[in-house]
Design a protein. Structure first.
Length: 96
């Protein structure tokens, strides 16, 4: 799916082909979220300190996927990942 070197520490990257966002809130801690904004279904476009949806201005926390700025009120769906060396693979939705 991706390589660890593609995901900056304290930020992340959007994988458009898989509609996923990969983040690394802290060194070696990789997380995956749906790239589909929970407000209106747009694909989020960028990741800096937060995950940004430029359609309507929603922002999501890179560690939890929880909204930190609206209009979105629901978190991004989170997925489990496995890191093997430098390979990051998707396991599936995280159990609630």
């Amino acid at each position: 799916m991706a390589q660890t070197g593609e995901v900056p520490e304290g930020g992340g990257t959007v994988i458009v082909r898989g509609k996923l966002v990969l983040t690394q809130p802290e060194k070696g801690d990789y997380r995956a979220f749906s790239a589909v904004c929970t407000h209106a279904g747009c694909t989020v476009q960028e990741v800096e300190e937060n995950i940004h949806c430029l359609c309507h201005g929603s922002e999501f926390d890179i560690a939890t996927g929880e909204p930190v700025a609206g209009p979105a009120t629901e978190p991004l769906e989170r997925f489990d990942v496995t890191v093997d060396g430098t390979d990051i693979t998707l396991d599936g939705p995280q159990d609630a």
